[in-house]
Design a protein around this ligand. Structure first.
Ligand code: HAM
Length: 425
């Protein structure tokens, strides 16, 4: 075994998993386009404060999990543990609100970093696809987002997911709920796990989603947020439920979905599965109506989500059969010699992008080209060397039966188009 190993909690994504990842990314990008989302590329590093003030000091992420270091200029820098805070910073800093009509919708993809205890589905470097919808106050935006996420899963044929929703209220109604929870758990402090004892003073809501069994027992009979929601939050939640029903999107109302990040208001949600063990949330998110203002922008209600790529890829793996890179290239161009290779490259580059073709290395012999073409599962091999170029011809061989035809180079683009669309060579 090599002495150079990857770090704990960090993964290489190699084929065939890399094919699945590509498939997920392209499927999701197509859907983002349909729903009007534009891509934003956010930095991997940010000032630490971006995360401490948004995700919250009392959260596990800020308290225990951030990769934070001082740079050479003495600034505290953090590897992003999630994308929302960066996107809100980017939104405010670039004045995106005032440049486009409402709502403004953006998505991002990339690695996130959390110093967690690694286990199946829980990594220290993991990849998220996330989206944020700004300047959308109504429950219709929540419903549209949940519908869109559900469409991702449908397109990827992943069906065994449950949608859990909740409302955690707003700055008007949540304080009373927090006090009620603190009071409820105060008598049980001695029995709570160490983390929950801390949560009791910092953020008692988080006791509700503690995974420790004994804390699960202790929260039986705890006050429920639904009894504390203000009129505004209550009607938002009721309308969301109504819309989901209309869309035939089944969901569970789960008062324990309180989320581990402090910026949420009103709607919170998770798409969970029973097929991934303890790390059962595949996508999660919620509304954060106050965050843009906290970052210095104008009051801008917003909602977003992120899905965990590793977890989703595991689910896609369960329902789709390899090879995921479809069926190999349709055409394999076998160039014999450097001149022919350059000629082939220019042909392949000019072909319609729907035609899947690949250009073999010029150093290969004809036999080695043929082996490579069949190992790639190519359908046709187009062979040419310098002689053929001079004569303006190439030979095209169908691998399934070995039949071949001579074609004129002047018409090669039309020829491959006809063949790929099912015509006879
Ligand atoms: P989150 O729940 O922390 O939310 O992460 C979203 C998803 O990322 C999780 O449901 C899970 O699939 C995946 N994930 C999280 N941590 C790990 C890990 N250590 N290893 C593997 N996968 C992981 C957020 O990050 C919010 N920014 C979502 C959001 C966007 N809310 C509003 N906008």
């Amino acid at each position: 075994m090599s002495t150079y190993n990857r770090l704990k909690g960090v993964h290489d994504i190699v084929p065939p998993d890399a094919f699945i990842w590509n498939k997920i990314e392209t499927t999701v990008k197509d859907l983002f386009y349909i729903f009007g989302y534009d891509e934003i590329k956010i930095p991997v590093i940010e000032s630490t404060e971006i995360f401490t003030r948004s995700i919250g000091q009392s959260s596990d992420i800020v308290g225990k999990e951030m990769y934070t270091f001082m740079d050479k200029g003495g600034r505290s820098i953090t590897l992003r543990p999630e994308g929302t805070a960066s996107l809100v910073r980017c939104y405010v800093e670039n004045g995106l609100k005032w440049k486009h009509s409402s709502p403004q919708k953006y998505y991002y993809m990339g690695p996130m970093f959390r110093y967690e205890r690694p286990q199946k589905g829980r990594m220290r470097q993991f990849y998220q696809i996330g989206a944020e919808c700004f300047a959308a106050a109504g429950p219709e935006a929540d419903a549209e987002m949940l519908f869109m996420i559900n469409e991702f899963f449908k397109k990827l044929k992943v069906r065994q997911l449950r949608l859990e929703i909740n409302s955690i209220g707003c700055k008007v109604c949540r304080p009373a709920y927090k006090s009620a929870l603190s009071e409820f758990f105060a008598h049980k402090e001695d029995l709570l796990c160490n983390d929950c004892c801390e949560r009791l003073t910092k953020n008692p809501l988080r006791i509700l989603d503690c995974k420790v069994d004994s804390c699960g027992q202790l929260r039986k009979g705890a006050p429920l947020i639904v009894d504390y929601l203000c009129e505004h939050c209550k009607s938002h939640h009721e309308r969301l439920r109504e819309l989901l029903d209309k869309m035939h999107l089944s969901f569970n109302d789960n008062p324990l979905i309180v989320r581990g990040l402090d910026y949420y208001t009103k709607t919170t949600f998770e798409f969970t599965t029973d097929h991934l063990g303890a790390q059962n949330a595949v996508a999660a998110g919620g509304r954060y109506d106050d965050l843009v203002e906290e970052f210095g922008g104008r009051s801008t209600p917003a909602i977003g989500f992120a899905l965990g790529m590793e977890r989703l890829a595991d689910l896609v793996n369960m329902v789709q059969v390899p090879p995921y890179n479809d069926n190999g290239p349709f055409f394999y161009f076998a160039a014999l010699g450097e001149d022919a290779w350059m000629y082939c490259l220019s042909i392949v580059n000019n072909l319609d992008k729907n035609i899947t073709s690949i250009c073999g290395e010029w150093t290969r012999s004809l036999k080695s080209h043929m082996n490579k073409a069949s190992s790639l599962n190519a359908k046709y091999v187009v062979m040419l060397g310098s002689d053929e170029i001079q004569k303006g011809i190439a030979t095209c061989k169908r691998l399934s039966d070995g039949s071949q035809v001579v074609i004129a180079l002047a018409h090669i683009e039309d020829f491959v188009k006809v063949v790929q669309s099912g015509g006879r060579p």
